[in-house]
Ligand binder design. Structure first.
Ligand SMILES: [Zn+2]
Ligand SMILES: [Zn+2]
Length: 369
């Protein structure tokens, strides 16, 4: 079928929206008609050419939500008409990692996905004789996409697509980290470094868990205001002096029971470790640092009981946890609409990058008719 899609032709140049050919789903694959897609920092990072593992041409986008239009042979968990959220982090439930119950890092389609191919090593995207590669196994800057069944979360049909597409990446990363990775306890103290999409998700997750003190740290007053809306009880402007000292002051002089880092800056990661309470403070690192960068930790922080962990996608198991988060949104327990700052069309995708570049709002969402 013919689809409109935003293609990364050349690094550092705007994406080019054009017609492509999308082949039908093969064994274990599903054709999804996209309804909404978030524009994420990872898309922009890859488009810029800074990411050493990037490749072109490819169709970017990975925060999609839509409707199943067709299923390939062997697909059992999805059928035409189902509503789905796309998962760059699949959950096959069969590989050694999935079966362990200890990690969300599924091994099933990892190697091919990283190269821009579907699990059988080929692509469904083309123009003329030229094959176009997929991105993060998703390629959702397009009217439709073909993805493996194991990389789609089936969700409640009553949820709005522009809200739940955010659960494909950033929002889930923060929320799941607080709910299930760190398992924030009721009445506890929490400090979140970075009030972008992931950090705000961690704030929302901490609030859902009944944390008593939730401190948000960011460089932007505007984002800190937003953090208050999502449940932050205290805010710290990062430029106003050492945030660690201020967090210690706000948490009875010991530091926070739980800290979350959502900036990707290794110096901030160090602060998040230091701001965790001696004895049992748990620091969860969520930001993606540049290749080769190192996190320095004073060993005494560990000897005195602080713990450090990290989690891709916040440790969320996509097909299990994303539908649960959608249910929480539908029941009114989880606020997602406040994350959407701009609604744009596929043709305006480069404007979505510009808005992000100027730190204007939290998320631009592409809407498909
Ligand atoms: Zn993302
Ligand atoms: Zn797996």
């Amino acid at each position: 079928m013919k689809i409109r899609a935003a293609v990364l032709e050349e690094f550092g140049k705007p994406l080019v929206v054009q017609d492509l050919e999308l082949d039908p789903p093969k064994e274990g694959e599903v054709l999804v008609q996209l309804k909404a897609c978030g524009v994420c920092h990872t898309d922009m990072y890859t488009a810029s050419g800074v990411d050493p593992s990037g490749y072109a041409p490819c169709v970017l986008g990975h925060e999609g939500a839509g409707v199943v239009a067709e299923v390939g042979p062997g697909v059992t968990s999805l059928q035409q008409g189902d509503h789905v959220v796309t998962l760059f982090s699949p959950e096959c439930r069969e590989c050694v990692n999935c079966k362990s119950g200890k990690t969300n890092i599924c091994l099933k389609i990892r190697a091919q996905q990283g190269q821009g191919y579907l699990p059988d090593g080929t692509t469904r995207l083309s123009r003329g004789d030229e094959r176009i590669r997929h991105f993060m196994g998703c390629s959702t800057f397009a009217e439709a996409t073909v993805m493996p069944e194991v990389a789609l979360a089936k969700v409640d049909k009553s949820a709005s697509f522009d809200a739940i597409c955010l659960l494909a990446c950033g929002a889930t990363t923060g929320i799941a980290a607080a709910l299930w990775k760190a398992e924030v306890e009721q009445g506890s103290s929490v400090a979140v470094f970075g009030a972008g999409m992931v950090g705000l998700g961690a704030v929302a997750g901490a609030k859902l868990r009944g944390a008593e003190t939730i401190v948000a740290v960011d460089m932007s007053e505007q984002r800190l205001e937003l953090a208050k809306q999502f449940g932050a009880t205290h805010t710290i402007l990062a430029s106003s002096g050492d945030p660690v000292e201020q967090i210690v002051d706000m948490t009875d002089g010991f530091g926070a029971d739980y800290t979350f880092e959502a900036t990707g800056n290794v110096a901030v990661m160090g602060q998040a470790v230091e701001a965790a309470r001696m004895g049992w403070g748990l620091c969860t690192v969520l930001g993606v640092a540049g290749r080769g960068e190192k996190l320095e930790i004073i060993p005494r922080f560990l000897i005195t009981g602080r713990k450090v962990q990290g989690g891709s996608f916040g440790g969320a198991k996509g097909r299990t946890h994303v539908p649960q988060l959608v249910d929480m949104y539908v029941r009114g327990e989880l606020e997602l609409d406040g994350f959407v700052s701009h609604r744009i069309s596929l043709d305006e995708v480069n404007k979505g990058f510009d808005l992000m570049h100027h730190q204007d709002g939290i998320r631009s969402v592409i809407q498909f008719s």
